[in-house]
Design a protein around this ligand. Structure first.
Ligand code: HEM
Length: 408
């Protein structure tokens, strides 16, 4: 798709259309022509620059969409259980709650704890690649998203959250529906699928917490229930809300990272070949996938007070949209930003956020993708696309709906 420079509002409207979500990158370039900071009328600011997004993520005057912010941005949200639960998790909180949540859950995602998971993650991935190979053995097309990209992170989160393997595929619908609540909406009714899914997951995790309290096991849920009951630092609802966040954040974006990485491997056989030969190249490949085709494309903030941002006066209440996927292709930051180059040094992609909300699962997401990709490429050297992929109608959490492949 080519896009001629248009006014920023039209470019934003196109970006939110199904066509724009399928291929947003030319629209980011059209927007970039207006500068790294684009005021969209009073009370709204778009950020397309890398340095500006990076600073915004670390700016204390810019708040995440917590309950008070939602009162200003989305009146009526309190009638919707998706956002009632979301605003009790760390991602959609600001201090002092955010620090409290992050301290509590941070213990589970230290580099040491993530490194300890490597053997089990490797084992799950090997089994899932074997399964994929078996599904495609007769040459029929297989949906890589449903049969592999989702199952890998779901197996990892299932291990942590004590979700038995046979129940794991059943969570995909609810997880996907909850991520749609993060998209820009015209009408609160669009939250209905997210509300229903959140209600379903809330019942599941409330029961799971009660069950682990009664019969503790060795999983993370048992450990965190025990910690909560000992410290009283968290309410029962906050515990459940953050377990739901872990499940959703821990599966949907890593699924898209694995799907996007596979598509890039298929499109760039020279890079895929090198990675197949030398799996130690995986971190560079994964980092460049995160930059080039990010699973999370935009983040929202709101100004808590008046302040000056790179010379632009921002007033309290301004809605600030960080187009991190545009920042990832900022020519002031990257040489040849439109080129997929897994050997790129000093990547600093914005995709896992930064500052206080820096992705808690970043190490875990990278580890899974770094193991999964070379394992697939080595086991299935003839893997190829078996049709056009479909995209979900989403931009904030952008990714394939289906990615049909032939296993060779
Ligand atoms: C490629 C995969 C992933 C991507 C692209 C991603 C992206 C992000 C982004 C952009 C944020 C911050 C949003 C903001 O600043 O407003 C975030 C936060 C978070 N992520 Fe991830 N994530 C990924 C994987 C994971 C995994 C595997 C987990 C869980 C194990 C996880 C758990 C979280 C949590 C709990 C937060 C909230 C942190 C906070 O608010 O302090 N994420 N992630």
């Amino acid at each position: 798709m080519t896009t001629t420079a248009t006014d920023p509002r039209t470019a934003m409207m196109t970006l939110l259309s199904p066509q724009g979500k399928r291929d947003p990158y030319p629209l980011y370039e059209a927007l970039r022509a207006y500068g790294p900071l684009i005021p969209l009328g009073p009370g709204q600011l778009l950020v397309t620059g890398h340095a500006e997004c990076a600073r915004a993520l670390r700016e204390p005057a810019l708040l995440s969409t917590d309950a008070a912010v939602q009162d200003a941005m989305m009146p009526g949200w309190r009638d919707h259980s998706s956002w009632r639960w979301l605003t009790k998790n760390m991602l959609f909180s600001d201090n002092p709650d955010h620090d409290r949540y992050r301290r509590f859950f941070g213990v589970a995602f230290t580099p040491r704890r993530i490194a300890d998971l490597r053997p089990v993650v490797t084992e799950r991935i090997t089994a899932l690649v074997d399964r994929l190979a078996a599904l495609g053995a007769d040459g029929s097309p297989v949906d890589f998203m449903a049969e592999f990209a989702f199952r890998v992170p779901m197996a990892v989160m299932g291990e942590l959250l004590g979700i038995p393997e046979e129940e794991q595929p059943g969570f995909r619908g609810a997880i996907g529906a909850i991520t749609t609540a993060l998209e820009p909406i015209q009408d609160l009714e669009q939250l209905a699928p997210g509300d229903a899914a959140m209600d379903e997951l809330a019942v599941h995790f409330t029961e799971l917490v009660a069950e682990r309290r009664a019969r503790p096991g060795t999983d993370l849920v048992s450990e965190l229930v025990r910690l909560r009951d000992g410290s009283g630092d968290l309410s029962e609802e906050e515990l459940v809300a953050n377990f739901m966040l872990l499940l959703v954040a821990g599966t949907e974006a890593p699924m898209d990272l694995i799907g996007n990485a596979l598509r890039l491997a298929v499109e760039h056989p020279e890079h895929a070949g090198r990675l197949r030969e030398d799996p130690s190249l995986a971190p560079g490949f994964v980092e460049e996938t995160l930059r080039f085709d990010p699973a999370a494309q935009a983040l929202n903030r709101m100004a808590a007070r008046d302040f000056d941002f790179f010379g632009v006066p921002v007033t309290a209440g301004t809605k600030v949209t960080l187009l991190i996927a545009a920042g990832n292709r900022d020519p002031r930051q990257y040489a040849d930003p439109g080129v997929f180059d897994p050997a790129r040094q000093g990547n600093h992609a914005l995709t896992l956020s930064g500052g206080a909300h820096y992705c808690l699962g970043a190490g875990l997401a990278r580890m899974q993708a770094e193991i999964a990709l070379p394992t697939v490429l080595r086991r299935l050297p003839g893997l190829a696309l078996a049709g056009e992929p479909t995209f979900r109608d989403q931009l904030v959490q952008r990714g394939f709906g289906q990615l049909p492949v032939k296993c060779g």
